[in-house]
Design a protein around this ligand. Structure first.
Ligand SMILES: [Zn+2]
Length: 490
């Protein structure tokens, strides 16, 4: 609405052309990679222009379709703009400049971190363009480690496995210290405890997440990423769990109570059946993760036969904790408190009681199905609730570099398989498994052996809150039953 009023008029025309160029790059990226353009892809694009041009020849002429559509849309816009003769004014120009300075202002002064400029699947493409290009030119090009580190590619070997369900439950912000099954004094996991008593394959143990933030740990875990800064491996998606599952002939399901925007990390090209929060938004706001159980009941007949890779994605226990369990009255055990920290802990523990109900329900459901099923619960990262950090300060919530945020629980079992199953045996043996080791174990269940030439025995990494590893990381040294953490601050 402002553009026709802008003085001088060629300024608006320049803007149209700029938008068109950004949209061309954006849609080419979506066409080719099926995800919105991000800062790192943009950077790689300049360096590998020749390779991309060669690769894109294979998808012509369909690759030209979006170019044609964009040219039509912007051509019409420019044509109409030239036809409409309105009064112009410098006030409109100032307004336009103010509007267009919002993102550069954020990038330069208010929140100069790439993580604040991550494109979203559910945003309009022009907003994603502005975010990514602003972050690229005003933040990324100023960072020291611009060059994306080169690691050796993983090698894969494959051997077909017997038909089975592989169930992965992705948790949200779960702190291992608040799990009764792992020694917490409050009984936050009554149902899982009962399940564990009657299931000789049941495993509950502490583990370590690959990062401290959803947007970093999900792509790292789903891609079985080992190094904290192997962005190239993540962008390639060569060992993405959904891709591997499809390659091994599994039918793939993603049933999530999180937003569609997280699909950017799920390689959605390789998902056959997909539900996100948007599919049941109203219900989700009322009953939270119970929507996952409803979907499970609905789809369960499909899981009785064949090979399925089923991923559930929980929203609980994300802040605000007390909103997570309002659909399950029995979770309201610990009262609201006037003491701020106590209130955080009480409502958090209630949310874990709710998780306990949801998780045990999913485990039970597959247990009664009699189909060979492997089931694993892994949170994206932990959540601190007053644990002491390196500088002896109490830490709360997540998103910052601390080993306490990576402290997660895992639960696993196997049903309808022979005693002494390899997956269960392996998992029992691994002391404090990391996201990476769990990813390797899941790939193995699908029939893949991952040979990672970058792997160093006994060394693992916890990335900070930047996907490219530019915001610090923690080196984890594992020796026998001993863990040592070395923090590398940014
Ligand atoms: Zn998260």
């Amino acid at each position: 609405m402002i553009l026709p009023l802008v003085k001088p008029r060629f300024l608006s025309l320049c803007l149209f052309v700029l938008f068109l160029l950004m949209e061309l790059i954006q849609f080419s990226h979506i066409f080719y990679f099926k995800t919105p353009l991000n800062v790192y892809s943009l950077h790689l694009m300049w360096g590998e222009f020749k390779e991309i041009a060669l690769a894109s020849q294979g998808v012509l002429p369909w690759g030209l379709f979006h170019v044609f559509v964009l040219l039509c849309v912007y051509g019409t816009l420019i044509f109409l703009y030239l036809k409409i003769q309105s009064k112009t004014s410098f006030i409109a120009t100032i307004l336009l400049i103010l509007l267009l300075s919002i993102l550069p202002y954020k990038a330069l002064f208010k929140s100069p971190h790439i993580r604040n400029f991550v494109p979203r699947n559910d945003d309009i493409s022009l907003l994603n363009d502005l975010k990514v290009f602003t972050a690229y030119f005003l933040i990324y090009l100023k960072t020291k480690n611009k060059d994306i580190p080169k690691y050796l590619p993983y090698e894969l070997s494959y051997e077909k496995v017997s038909p089975r369900n592989i169930v992965l439950i992705l948790g949200e912000s779960v702190n291992a210290n608040h799990i009764a099954l792992l020694g917490y004094e409050r009984n936050t996991t009554p149902k899982l405890k009962e399940l564990a008593l009657n299931d000789e394959n049941f495993i509950a143990k502490k583990a370590l997440s690959s990062s401290v933030l959803t947007n970093v740990s999900l792509p790292m875990f789903m891609n079985i990423s080992y190094n904290h800064n192997d962005i190239q491996h993540i962008l390639n998606e060569n060992t993405h769990l959904f891709k591997l599952a499809k390659q091994a002939g599994f039918k793939t399901y993603y049933i999530s109570n999180q937003e569609e925007s997280l699909l950017s990390y799920m390689s959605s090209n390789f998902i056959d059946v997909l539900y996100t929060k948007e599919n049941y938004a109203l219900k989700s706001s009322k009953i939270g993760d119970l929507v996952l159980l409803k979907k499970l009941d609905e789809l369960a007949p499909l899981f009785k036969e064949g090979s399925n890779f089923i991923v559930f994605h929980q929203r609980s226990s994300h802040v605000p904790y007390k909103d997570q369990y309002k659909g399950y009255k029995q979770a309201d055990v610990f009262p609201l408190s006037r003491d701020l920290n106590q209130n955080i802990i009480n409502t958090y523990d209630n949310s874990i009681i709710f998780d306990d109900y949801v998780l045990s329900h999913i485990f039970e459901k597959f247990k009664t199905m009699k189909t060979p099923t492997y089931i694993l619960f892994v949170p994206d990262h932990g959540e601190t609730l007053g644990e002491l950090g390196e500088n002896n300060q109490s830490e709360f919530h997540h998103g910052f570099l601390s080993k306490n945020v990576a402290n997660i629980p895992i639960f696993a079992s196997a049903y309808g398989v022979k005693k002494d199953d390899e997956f269960i045996k392996d998992l029992r043996q691994i002391f404090t498994p990391t996201h990476y080791e769990l990813g390797v174990a899941l790939a193995k269940l699908m029939g893949f052996k991952i040979i990672n030439p970058n792997f160093k025995q006994g060394i693992f990494y916890i990335n900070g809150n930047d996907l490219a590893g530019n915001n610090g990381y923690i080196e984890v040294l594992k020796q026998g039953e001993k863990l040592e953490f070395k923090t590398h601050s940014p």
